[in-house]
Ligand binder design. Structure first.
Ligand code: UDP
Length: 335
């Protein structure tokens, strides 16, 4: 198949694209490199020379007329008709948008635009190609949840005017838009609500909790716990997530599906684990809790299990072990 992946330089996309290319699919990736890593693209290009093409562009700029007016974009992204239609995309994995709070909060309007305008462009592109589109939605559609764990039927508790709202409300609008394209334009849409995910090739300066803890521990610094560390998260290893995304894409499931880990820890427990695994002498430094930080988060994954036969397989210890090893390799490479 010919497949488009947006947010191609991010770590989830890297693992997804790698698995698609290994099976012989042809992939076009798009990224504006705002939070992705250059190395993810160069590694994919060198390992899969003729199967992978990359466009450095912001999806907010990829309106149909703009694609048509740009020869590079047109040759890789324009839908063909008749005899050439075999070259069209059959699948679009729409992952573009920074997911780390400090990064998506740097330019909140751009984040909102990416979720709304950028997604609109990707729905239009999928419709022109008659492709099925999978959108990367988020546990953030549940906001600071009052129902725990969160089933897909829970409608959420999101602050419309807070520091997370550009992302949370943006992603909610992206889901709404998918519903409209499916209802009124006949587009095939799959909606993954992705919970906290981690693994090799996350950017060490991404600002998220596990990347911070591992980078700090490897540098011999104190680990920064925000608030009292009693807030909880459930961490899913990226390979498990990618398997879930691919199963969802190829399923008939049109309702949103949670993808995430069942194992919930407090952030303080996570810090203590990282200290234990990397260097028991390290200390913990407490910093103020950012506003609107969800107090608890864990998916109810019965739907994913029932409809996709999906469950996580990789334990936290195994997954974090691989992430630590990859961060150590990165440090060694940088000298
Ligand atoms: N956090 C922390 N120290 C850090 C980074 C994050 O204690 O250096 C906390 C953050 O306040 C949140 C949790 O860890 O409660 C997860 O944060 P992350 O940014 O990874 O993602 P979120 O799930 O909040 O979107």
């Amino acid at each position: 198949m010919r497949i488009l992946v947006t947010g191609a330089a991010g770590f989830v996309a890297y693992h997804l694209i790698h698995s698609l290319l290994k099976e012989g699919h042809v992939v076009v990736g798009v990224d504006n490199m705002m939070s992705g890593q250059e190395r993810n693209i160069t590694d994919l290009k060198s390992e899969f020379k003729n199967q992978f093409s990359f466009i450095r562009a912001d999806i907010n700029e990829l309106a149909p007329a703009a694609i048509a007016a740009n020869p590079e974009w047109a040759s890789l992204l324009s839908a063909q008709t008749n005899a050439a239609a075999a070259k069209n995309f059959e699948r679009v994995y729409h992952l573009a948008c920074p997911a780390s709070p400090p990064i998506y909060q740097k330019d909140m309007l751009h984040t909102l635009d990416t979720c709304y305008i950028g997604s609109r462009h990707m729905y239009e592109l999928a419709a022109a190609h008659k492709a099925r589109i999978l959108i990367a939605s988020t546990s953030e559609v549940y906001g600071d949840p009052e129902v725990h764990p969160q089933p897909e039927s829970y409608r959420g508790n999101v602050n419309t005017v807070g520091i997370r709202s550009c992302y949370d409300e943006g992603k909610r609008a992206m889901e709404t838009m998918g519903f409209i394209y499916a209802e009124q334009r006949g587009l095939e849409v799959r909606t993954a609500r992705i919970f906290n995910t981690y693994g090799p090739r996350m950017s060490p300066i991404d600002g998220r909790v596990l990347t911070n803890f591992i980078s700090q521990a490897l540098a011999g610094e104190a680990l920064t716990v925000f608030g009292d560390g009693q807030q909880t998260r459930s961490f899913c290893y990226v390979e498990d997530l990618v398997r879930g995304l691919r199963l969802l894409m190829e399923s008939k499931t049109t309702d949103p599906v949670n993808l995430g880990s069942q194992f919930e820890f407090t952030i303080l427990e996570m810090a203590e684990k990282v200290v234990h695994w990397i260097n028991p002498k390290l200390t913990i430094k407490y910093l103020p809790l950012p506003k609107d930080d969800p107090k608890v988060r864990r998916p109810n994954t019965s739907r994913a299990k029932e409809l996709l036969g999906w469950e996580t397989k990789v334990s936290l210890e195994e997954g974090v072990g691989k992430m630590i090893a990859s961060f150590k390799d990165d440090l060694a490479r940088k000298g």
